[in-house]
Design a protein around this ligand. Structure first.
Ligand SMILES: Nc1ncnc2c1ncn2[C@@H]1O[C@H](COP(=O)(O)OP(=O)(O)O)[C@@H](O)[C@H]1O
Ligand SMILES: [Mg+2]
Length: 618
């Protein structure tokens, strides 16, 4: 069975930005951005690396000229001891230049390798600063998600590699300048030949890098699919289901589907790259032979003396190696630059999607929330998840949201919490539009027990405090309220037990226990508004009853208790006491009122309630 048509995982469209000319135009900007990043990571190391490498290039030129001096002294007439004596100063010059050059080269290599881990960390941290700040909606956008994965998997590392390659570019440019300068002093005729001789290999490497990038770009979605599948097959959470449902063959088939796509693309890439390299090398050999033949002809014709020819050969060799280093470095900048551009583009896009800092602060006293004609559609979805929803949450109220699966309850809760911005309509927080208020300040006023809570690989205490500095009494109080305190106390390290069995000394909780931890996290916040999204879905009916009792008790007795509670639940007996019940159906508000009012109405709520009541009576 073919559940995954290739078109889903394969980008067919061409890549306009990989045209060679465009890339050459982008090189300087890329190097500049990378060097700026390097400078930010460590100004001293950046300056030392570039400065030292330029001096290394200059010393190369000094060495070449001194070598020509040595040859000149040795090849002119006169007795051998005299010639040697004449060559002595130049010889010392060569030795000094070469020694200094090697020493400085090693120092430069050291400062350069100090730079890499720093740039790596800086680039990756920037990435995570953005991924944790972008509007939640961006995470539901498949294109954004792809871009994020590309930036994560190679783009961030690209920063340090572009820095490396950029330094290589500057270094080899200095080497070429030195060789070309020497050559110009000795015999300028061979200068253009030298340049021509390296171009074929340069073209081949640049071309094959471009082909590689295109393949990786086209495969980015399929590779993401492949990672997701590999994660599922080698993770402990899905492991029981894979076995219980006999999903092994099915998953392997799915894996083969995407993995073979990647395999074929890479095998084909290898063939095309080999062809390009072969063509480049062949042309390169012919051109090099031509260069040396031309040099021979010049010597035979007596156009240049032997000492100069010797110096020229050395300069050409140094120039050639610098030039191929330059082509290699340019190619690396270009190659890694493509990934680095992905990273930069992603950062720009993410910055754009990060909600701007707002000026307004929420009122100090909680007065209530009003949702006014809110509509919302998930990115890429055909149907709206919410349409024209209006409701009120007053101070001191318990509001219930009920409705069947997919009716939009979770989405509405996230909009009330300011996690999603509605497409139209407004959410008023204490009378002020949520969109104009400072996000962080509003979030501090909301506690959420989300439906899809995360089992953080942290200690029990950290799972409850969520990284906020909260005193032990409050943590224990929240845990007691959620009915998880005793369980945590009985763990080997109590509240300091790591709740992740993938690590030594780590502990696992059951689904219901995890849900209670998530509830404790919500209670611990002591925020005026508490949003509970199916907080008891994993609890048994008795535990659920006790849970709601304790919430009610908390709300009535504790001064730190929330001033309004929004309760989403399937168990309709739990919402009997709510001040108002809103019934959602297909993203619309179907009914609202108190339990008796809705029962009198005899609509959707009444039928759902009767259905459940029947299920519980024998
Ligand atoms: N992240 C998402 N991206 C796209 N569609 C979503 C997403 N989350 C939920 N939906 C869709 O929005 C609708 C409402 O979902 P939700 O609010 O989770 O319903 P409920 O909580 O009432 O079960 C459903 O049709 C669901 O498929
Ligand atoms: Mg839900």
């Amino acid at each position: 069975m073919e559940l995954a048509p290739h078109s889903l995982w394969y980008h067919e469209e061409a890549l306009p930005q990989t045209r060679l000319r465009t890339i050459v135009r982008r090189l300087p900007a890329l190097v500049r951005t990378a060097l700026k990043l390097a400078w930010k990571a460590s100004p001293a190391d950046t300056a030392a690396t570039i400065g030292l490498n330029v001096i290394v290039g200059l010393l190369g030129a000094v060495g070449l000229l001194a070598t020509t001096g040595v040859l000149d002294a040795l090849l002119t007439g006169g007795p051998a001891p005299d010639r040697l004596r004449a060559a002595m100063p130049a010889l010392i010059g060569v030795a000094a230049a070469l020694t200094a050059r090697s020493l400085l080269q090693s120092t430069a290599a050291w400062t350069q390798s100090r730079l890499k881990p720093r740039v790596d960390r800086l680039a990756e941290r920037r990435l995570f600063e953005l991924t944790t700040a972008v509007a939640l909606r961006a995470m539901d956008d498949a294109d954004f998600y792809d871009a994020m994965q590309r930036a994560r998997s190679r783009g961030a590392r690209g920063a340090a590699l572009v820095v490396d390659a950029g330094v290589g570019l500057i270094t080899s440019a200095a080497g070429i300048a030195a060789a070309a300068g020497t050559l110009a002093v000795l015999h300028p005729v061979l200068l253009p030949l030298l340049l021509v001789s390296v171009l074929p290999a340069g073209w081949a490497t640049a071309h094959s890098a471009r082909m590689q990038y295109q393949v990786i770009y086209k495969l980015s979605t399929s590779m993401r699919r492949q990672w997701i599948l590999s994660d599922l097959m080698a993770d402990r959470r899905p492991a029981p289901e894979i076995r219980a449902f006999g999903m092994r063959d099915f998953l392997l088939e799915q894996y083969d589907d995407v993995a073979r796509l990647s395999e074929n693309a890479h095998v084909d890439l290898a063939r095309r790259q080999a062809l390009a390299r072969f063509a480049g090398e062949a042309t390169n050999g012919v051109v090099a032979a031509f260069v040396y033949a031309a040099l021979g002809v010049l010597l035979m014709a007596g156009a240049v003396p032997l000492a100069i020819v010797g110096g020229t050969v050395l300069a050409i060799r140094m120039g050639r190696s610098s030039l191929s280093a330059l082509v290699g470095a340019a190619n690396d900048v270009y190659d890694e630059g493509l990934y680095f551009s992905d990273y930069l583009d992603f950062c720009k896009e993410a910055e754009h999607r990060t909600s701007q800092h707002r000026l307004g602060l929420p009122a100090p006293e909680f007065a209530g929330v009003e949702v006014h004609e809110v509509s919302f559609t998930y990115p890429g979805a055909e149907r709206a998840a919410l349409r024209d929803i209006s409701l009120k949450i007053g101070k001191g109220e318990v509001i219930a949201l009920v409705g069947e699966n997919g009716s939009g309850k979770t989405t509405l809760a996230k909009i009330i919490a300011g996690l999603y911005e509605p497409d139209s309509g407004t959410v008023l927080w204490d009378g002020a539009p949520l969109a104009l208020l400072d996000r962080d300040a509003v979030r501090q006023k909301i506690a959420m027990i989300p439906q899809d809570h995360t089992p953080w690989p942290l200690t029990a205490r950290q799972n409850i405090t969520a990284g906020v500095d909260i005193d032990d009494d409050a943590v224990i109080g929240a845990a007691e309220l959620a009915g998880i305190h005793r369980t945590i106390e009985e763990l080997p390290e109590g509240y300091d037990t790591l709740l992740d069995p993938r690590f030594k000394m780590g502990h696992e909780l059951s689904g219901g226990q995890w849900q209670r931890v998530a509830a404790a996290r919500g209670f611990c916040r002591r925020a005026p508004l508490l949003l509970c999204d199916e907080p008891t879905s994993a609890l048994d009916p008795r535990a659920e009853h006790a849970f709601f009792d304790s919430i009610r008790h908390f709300a009535e007795t504790d001064p730190a208790a929330p001033q309004a509670i929004v309760l989403i639940t399937h168990r309709l007996t739990s919402v009997l006491m709510a001040d108002r019940i809103y019934v959602l159906a297909g993203g619309r508000l179907a009914e609202s009122g108190t339990h008796p009012e809705l029962m009198d109405l005899g609509g959707l709520y009444a039928s759902l309630f009767k259905l459940q009541a029947e299920a519980y009576t024998p």
